[in-house]
Design a protein around this ligand. Structure first.
Ligand code: FAD
Length: 276
């Protein structure tokens, strides 16, 4: 049989495959899409504390929610904007005990348009998906965080909550040096002052001196190698394409500086990712 893709968990598209499979195998399978609608997840009410809007200079916005249930930075918020099977996930930052999202607005995007239209004082139904594999490492001596764009979301929370002053370095990449990225700069400055963050590195890909976050990582190759060698943790959040590029850079760094493969550190649980 040919491969069939199922978009957005669609019961109708899944049924198309079921019908073909049924015909090919003679197995008497039900072909009513309603049979294949998953169990509706339990959702909680969450209050919208604040929400910003996109502008000509930046296509990202923030949403802050108050939530009764326990959650951590690095967990995910699952929303169902059309009250059906279509689910959208967003990385959570816990800032001032509130749930904060950094979202990129997509034209005609189901989830991002829904979040962008939220009004302060109203509430939404959503659920928290625990994402243990991307929590701030409790025992690490040194943490290197790498993000591009909206990938900064969980790190804002992890840094805000770094009361144990674990040595943390943040590498970020954005398009423009605009009011939003200036806010990240002043956030980082405050966090450096209270020892929650050791160093903040920022690259802009559409400003005069074009730079990507990988370039910043390459510049600090020696430090990155030393951190991995001493058991430090590298966390990456943002675009999948960026993760692939970062992994390539880390592979070269490990081979050149440590004569080891990056795979060894990955296997050792020193590389955590939340990319999409
Ligand atoms: C683990 C994880 C964490 C994530 N964290 C974040 C985060 O912190 N912040 C964030 O912003 N995103 C995050 N995402 C991505 C997020 O889940 C959504 O994928 C993203 O917001 C786009 O969803 P959407 O519903 O707005 O757009 P969709 O409705 O999925 O559409 C995506 C794009 O496709 C176009 N499109 C849709 N249908 C069609 C069609 N039929 N023909 C042509 N074009 C079409 C839309 O116009 C849009 O531009 C995360 C994803 C994962 C998996």
């Amino acid at each position: 049989m040919n491969i069939v893709t199922v978009n957005d968990k669609s019961p109708e598209e899944f049924t198309t495959w079921v019908k073909t499979y049924k015909e090919a195998t003679d197995i008497p399978l039900a072909t009513t899409p309603a049979m294949y609608v998953g169990k509706a997840p339990k959702l909680k009410n969450m209050n919208v504390i604040s929400s910003t809007k996109v502008s000509d200079e930046d296509a990202t916005f923030n949403v802050t929610l108050s939530v009764k249930e326990k959650f951590k930075s690095g967990d995910l918020l699952a929303i169902y904007p059309a009250n059906d099977h279509r689910e959208r996930l967003y990385s959570i930052g816990k800032v001032n005990n509130k749930l904060q999202l950094v979202v990129k607005l997509h034209e005609f995007g189901l989830g991002s348009q829904y979040l962008h239209q939220l009004v302060e004082g109203t509430s939404i139904k959503a659920r928290i998906v625990k994402n243990k594999a991307f929590h701030f490492p409790s025992k690490a001596k040194k943490v290197i965080m790498i993000a591009n764009g909206t990938g900064i979301a969980p790190f804002l929370g992890m840094i805000d909550e770094n009361n144990k002053n674990v040595e943390t370095h943040l590498y970020t990449g954005f398009r423009y040096h605009n009011s939003i990225t200036k806010k990240y700069e002043s956030f980082a400055k405050e966090q450096i002052n209270i020892n929650h963050l050791k160093k903040f590195n920022i690259a802009f890909s559409r400003e005069e001196q074009k730079q990507y976050v990988m370039d910043l990582v390459k510049q600090d190759a020696h430090f990155i190698a030393e951190t991995l060698q001493n058991g430090g943790i590298i966390m990456v959040c943002g675009a999948l394409a960026m993760q692939h590029d970062i992994e390539k850079v880390l592979e070269i760094i490990c081979q050149e500086h440590l004569s080891k493969t990056f795979e060894e550190f990955k296997m050792n649980g020193q590389f955590l990712t939340d990319c999409y």
